[in-house]
Design a protein around this ligand. Structure first.
Ligand SMILES: Nc1ncnc2c1ncn2[C@@H]1O[C@H](COP(=O)(O)OP(=O)(O)OP(=O)(O)O)[C@@H](O)[C@H]1O
Length: 272
């Protein structure tokens, strides 16, 4: 079943000098329930724009987005967004526990007053354990490493019980080892919660490692150049998956496409 459908969806912006900028030329995209889909492409190609349109954080200039058959005109309750910069996701003046409490409050549609009366300490600890953290509820985000803060940001969105998780370059600001561990954490959360994930990244390796499908956006908001099916068995493994022949073939093909070595001017290519 299709859960996210973008139909001829495009975005134009007005620059500060009042020129029209193409954020994204019209694209069609259908994402199956439970799929893990990554979106890659060069800087400025419209990856974040596409994600923000799906999230209902921005409205399209053209076309429409539907989530579970309902046109998106504001952020749907079933959709949660994790930003690249955890500073944007977390409230720095609240403790880790209170940040997660904030997610829970939205999940249960409670006022701040109602939420304050709930004893959520055990639930908060459970959410933290799910992302591999414990005993940090009383600490402030600034007291944690970048990787730990991004784990808290993920715990907070999970507390809101989403069906669809949108992640916008969530690991680009963390070190390589933390990044590998966070990739495996997201795969585990995706599997155990039965989520649909849309994941924006600059990193072609990360996209293939995580996904069932990689969408390649062409430069300058041109739209979708390729839609690549990733037929690698799961569970994935940081070493063996990345040395698999099929992985390397796909990596080469997508890399050539993104770097412009392949002609992508003939519409969407279905990479097999
Ligand atoms: N609010 C805005 N106002 C004007 N132009 C914008 C706005 N947001 C995005 N753009 C422009 O739209 C285009 C696509 O931007 P977008 O952020 O979606 O690209 P991206 O692929 O996510 O880039 P990056 O990988 O660098 O994050 C760019 O040319 C960008 O400058």
């Amino acid at each position: 079943m299709t859960t996210v459908r973008a139909t001829r969806v495009g975005k134009r912006y007005l620059s500060a000098s009042r020129e029209t900028v193409t954020g994204l030329s019209p694209v069609d995209l259908a994402v199956e329930d439970g799929a893990f889909v990554s979106i890659v492409g060069r800087s400025g190609c419209g990856k974040s724009t596409l994600l923000r349109l799906i999230a209902g954080l921005e409205q399209p200039s053209l076309g429409a987005v539907e989530v579970d058959g309902v046109r998106v005109t504001r952020p749907p309750d079933s959709v949660r967004y994790v930003f690249q910069d955890y500073g944007q996701s977390l409230l720095p003046w609240k403790t880790v526990g209170d940040n997660i409490r904030f997610g829970l409050r939205h999940a249960y549609a409670l006022t701040e007053r109602e939420a304050r009366r709930r004893d959520w300490d055990a639930l908060i600890e459970t959410k933290l354990r799910e992302v591999g953290l414990s005993g940090v509820a009383e600490r402030y985000p600034s007291e944690l490493s970048g990787g730990m803060q991004q784990r808290v940001a993920i715990a907070r969105v999970l507390a809101a019980r989403p069906k669809i998780l949108l992640l916008d370059e969530p690991f680009s600001a963390v070190d390589a080892l933390s990044r590998a561990m966070l990739q495996d954490l997201v795969l585990e959360i995706w599997r155990s919660h039965g989520l649909t994930v849309l994941f924006v990244t600059h990193d072609i390796d990360e996209a293939i490692y995580l996904s069932d499908r990689v969408i390649v956006l062409g430069p300058h908001g041109r739209g979708i150049d390729a839609d690549a099916a990733v037929r690698l068995e799961r569970p994935r493994h940081q070493v063996s998956t990345r040395s698999n022949r099929e992985y390397l073939r796909l990596r080469g093909e997508i890399f050539d496409l993104v770097m412009g070595a392949q002609d992508a001017s003939r519409g969407v290519r279905a990479l097999q």
